[in-house]
Design a protein around this ligand. Structure first.
Ligand SMILES: [Zn+2]
Length: 336
């Protein structure tokens, strides 16, 4: 049988849960920082070898690295480089998440234009087709959330796929009611809706995401496994769970055997496999993430392809793109 690494390199891959803020190579940021007359806190190669202090204030570190991107052209370059890095490892389609609160130097309208330009340019030069969602922070107000959705409507482009929300629910407590109107409005406008839940929150956060925010997909969702009735519902409704094993093992589960990936697969949940924060996880590739998942949960090759099919069905893309992704996967399946 073909070795697993070779199989995974060849497998057409789809990624739905990756933060663009965590895809910027140190070398690129070093170039940008120098243009502003600034220096990185460490050498570019060690930028993401974070100290405990950096990690204890992860969001502040994120704000800092985003601040090195000084112009809309540089932001476009970040998007372009991401699209090119995806195609280099056989990613067929990707949706990145960007949270505008980490980018106070750019109004959201400018962010949308820059990412669209960057993804267009990337695809034109051989990069993977990419789209993006804009993410709210759990600390924002209802008015700010509604404002973002209205800007998304006014500045909509073919690359802007939907609305997302992230942030530490362990710190903010439940916020579903505050963001309900924004998510409802995004749905009316035809945007996809994806919600970080069931990571810093438990099953109650997942229920809020489904009932109050009407999430089409969940980013993480793994802690739903603490509640069998909720798992039953996720399986029945086939809510896609964008799971990030390496990220969860680094941040969430002290005891790896507690990670529910195998249990969720066995239950028949709609699972996709993703990187979350690649630069912070040792420049993690999606191919390596899939290898780890395969090893960790003893996944079969059928299951690995199945997760890509689930991602194709869960993507916030056009019907044409979805049909193309599923056809490529079906063609690949015949070569197995
Ligand atoms: Zn995430």
């Amino acid at each position: 049988m073909e070795p697993l690494t070779q199989f995974l390199a060849r497998l057409p891959k789809i990624e739905l849960h990756v933060h663009l803020e965590s895809t910027m190579p140190g070398e690129l940021l070093d170039r940008f920082a120098r243009r502003q007359g600034r220096r990185l806190p460490r050498s570019p190669g060690e930028l993401y070898c974070c100290s405990a202090e950096d990690l204890s204030d992860f969001l502040a570190f994120l704000d800092r690295i985003c601040s090195y991107v000084g112009t809309a052209e540089e932001l476009a370059l970040v998007a372009e480089q991401f699209a090119l890095s995806c195609s280099r490892e056989g990613i067929l389609y990707a949706e990145a998440i960007l949270n505008p609160t980490h980018w106070p130097q750019f109004p959201p309208a400018q962010i949308i234009a820059a990412l669209t330009e960057g993804f267009d340019r990337g695809q034109a030069t051989g990069g993977a087709p990419c789209a993006f969602t804009l993410s709210l922070s759990r600390t924002q107000t209802e008015t700010e959330a509604l404002q973002l959705v209205e800007t998304m409507a006014a500045c909509r482009t073919h690359r802007l796929a939907g609305l997302s929300i992230d942030g530490n629910e362990a710190l903010t407590g439940p916020t579903g009611r505050r963001f309900r109107a924004a998510f409802q409005r995004a749905g009316q406008l035809g945007f996809g809706r994806t919600v970080h839940a069931g990571e810093s929150s438990g099953p109650e956060g997942v229920r809020e995401a489904l009932d109050l925010l009407e999430a089409d997909r969940l980013d993480h969702g793994v802690r739903a496994a603490e509640d069998p009735a909720l798992v039953e519902r996720l399986v029945r409704e086939q809510v896609p769970l964008n799971i990030c094993l390496s990220s969860n093992l680094a941040l969430l589960y002290r005891d790896p055997s507690q990670h529910p990936l195998r249990r969720l697969l066995d239950a028949g949940a709609a699972v996709t496999l993703n990187r979350d924060d690649p630069t912070f996880l040792g420049s993690l590739t999606l191919t390596e993430e899939l290898r780890r998942a395969a090893e960790f949960a003893a996944m079969t090759r059928e299951e690995l392809v199945g997760c890509q099919e689930t991602a194709a069905r869960a993507a916030f893309c056009s019907a044409e793109t979805r049909a193309r992704l599923l056809k490529t996967l079906a063609d690949f399946h015949r070569t197995m």
